[in-house]
Ligand binder design. Structure first.
Ligand code: UD2
Length: 479
């Protein structure tokens, strides 16, 4: 929301207008910061203050003062989901639908989009999360694994598949450097497009601006829902349209199991003539941190888990299954024209407020830790776009072959658990392909790694190995 990148304004003009603007928007306290600074610092802070989108700041101040009401569950029901096929009839229908997806890939309609602007605080890794060396034997980074999937899709479908990567102000330089150091993993520099998400001021409980440094505002990325605005600003939607890519396959940087070119998922999206679709899995337990796939007033939406009252999340049907069973694993297909339509709407995505703790600069100019929950951060969620979609397909996928996010340093959803599930999946692929393999007792040791360039799915592995083959471990399959 800072108008960064705008033409510089004359300094005298800035000074004369700034005080007035700050007062008008309840931020006069910021004027007291300026005399404490040297000339260069003063200029830096003034530039940031001038660049604020004050209309949006007013919106945030209002949200701090009158927080949005708790999500009501009246009129909310579980959403219909395209389930995994079980019967022969369903499997046949699924095959036909997969064809639709394969045709779209062959027609070079699909671009990949990764959101990688998050701060990755929980992982305690001091670099962009995509650089994390996650694969069990080769130690390939998340970015490299995705790049190999894209290369594999290009080879398989004869398509161009560009890759759009959303970064943030804090990790953009390092991310770009990583790609250029690795020669863009063979994807071609011109087919990897980085775009930076916007950042918003973080406010105190009175709706007032805060500082992270004596001469810098406390700012935070605007959430993955910022994808649309950032795509618009970067003009990448034009690049997609001109190249004939009218579908985007969207995934988070934290999930090494994602299938980037998923024929079945893309097929369901097209079969339903959807604008925005969503992969879902049955929730592990009521507390699992997945947004719920529901209908509100008959329209599909995702409600973030923090907004679901625990008794609602825990409701069960007579047969014992959770009433709100399906959670979003944050993998989507969206139409490029839909993203363009969203950009044109003033009322696009709502803001969500998170109350957090940050290191801030106090009125005396000292760095202190704010009280817990005292800093108000504003984010948008990409799945809120569903409310503006005409059609949506919620598509069930198998958790263990699609979702093993790297979020925490240890325990559940950590690099160790992701490696465990990657190895589990590859062994199951081998078994499904007819290899003579027992499930090892311990999947926490490095045992197996299959490059996406060798096979990106179980079906592709089946094409590559002989039934009855007895591999020895550790096993690395790569081209
Ligand atoms: C997200 C979903 C949750 C579930 C889960 C699955 C939200 C609000 N919740 O939870 O419903 O699907 O994922 O793993 O999304 N990111 C940015 N810019 C930002 C913030 C995040 O690019 O400003 C990216 C981030 O790099 C990561 C992804 O978005 O790839 C998810 O962010 P998160 O870790 O904050 O989401 P989480 O785990 O709370």
């Amino acid at each position: 929301m800072l108008n960064e990148g705008k033409a510089p304004v004359e300094e005298s003009e800035i000074e004369s207008q700034l005080a007035e603007r700050l007062e008008e928007h309840g931020q006069e306290h910021a004027l007291r910061w300026l005399p404490q600074l040297n000339e260069a610092q003063r200029r830096h802070l003034m530039e940031q203050l001038v660049a604020i989108d004050y209309e949006r700041l007013d919106e945030f101040r209002e949200l701090v003062q009158v927080p949005p009401t708790v999500t009501s569950f009246l009129g909310i029901e579980p959403a219909p989901v395209e389930r995994l096929p079980v019967t022969d009839g369903q499997t046949q229908r699924d095959q036909t639908i997969r064809q639709l997806g394969a045709q779209a890939l062959e027609a070079d309609r699909v671009a990949a989009l990764t959101v990688a602007g998050g701060q990755g605080t929980r992982l305690r890794y001091d670099h962009p999360k995509g650089m994390y060396p996650v694969s069990p034997i080769r130690g390939k980074s998340l970015f490299e694994l995705f790049a190999e999937q894209i290369l594999a899709a290009r080879q398989r479908y004869g398509c161009g598949m560009p890759w759009l990567i959303m970064t943030s102000y804090t990790n953009d330089d390092e991310t770009r450097h990583f790609f250029s150091e690795n020669d863009f993993f063979g994807l071609g520099e011109d087919m990897v497009h980085f775009f930076i998400q916007q950042r918003n001021p973080i406010l105190d409980a009175g709706g007032r601006l805060l500082r992270a440094e004596p001469d810098a505002l406390l700012l935070g990325p605007d959430g993955h829902g910022g994808t649309f605005e950032a795509l618009g600003k970067s003009r990448l939607l034009d690049v997609l349209r001109q190249g004939g890519w009218d579908l985007m396959t969207y995934f988070q940087v934290d999930n090494p199991l994602v299938t980037v070119a998923d024929e079945r998922f893309i097929g369901h999206h097209l079969n339903k003539d959807a604008d925005f679709s969503c992969k879902v899995v049955p929730k592990r337990d009521p507390e699992e941190g997945l947004g719920l796939a529901v209908l509100r007033g008959g329209r599909p939406i995702v409600i973030e888990y923090v907004d679901v009252p625990p008794p609602v999340a825990a409701e069960r049907l007579a047969n014992g299954t959770l009433r709100y069973l399906f959670g979003s694993i944050a993998i989507h297909v969206m139409d490029v024209p839909f993203a363009e339509r969203l950009l044109g709407r003033k009322d696009s995505l709502p803001w969500h407020l998170a109350k957090k703790q940050y290191e801030i600069v106090n009125e005396e100019g000292q760095k202190v830790l704010s009280p817990k929950g005292a800093c108000h951060k504003f984010e948008r969620f990409v799945f809120d776009a569903l409310a503006m979609a005409d059609e949506c397909a919620f598509v069930e996928v198998q958790r263990q072959t699609q979702f093993a996010p790297v979020k925490n340093a240890e325990g559940e959803d950590s690099p160790a658990s992701a490696r465990h599930f990657m190895q589990l999946m590859w062994i199951q692929w081998l078994q499904a392909a007819g290899a003579d393999v027992q499930m090892p007792k311990n999947l926490d040791e490095p045992l197996i790694e299959i490059s996406p360039l060798f096979a990106s799915t179980a079906e592709q592995l089946k094409e590559r190995i002989e039934p009855g083959w007895k591999p020895s471990f550790p096993l690395v399959l790569e081209p």
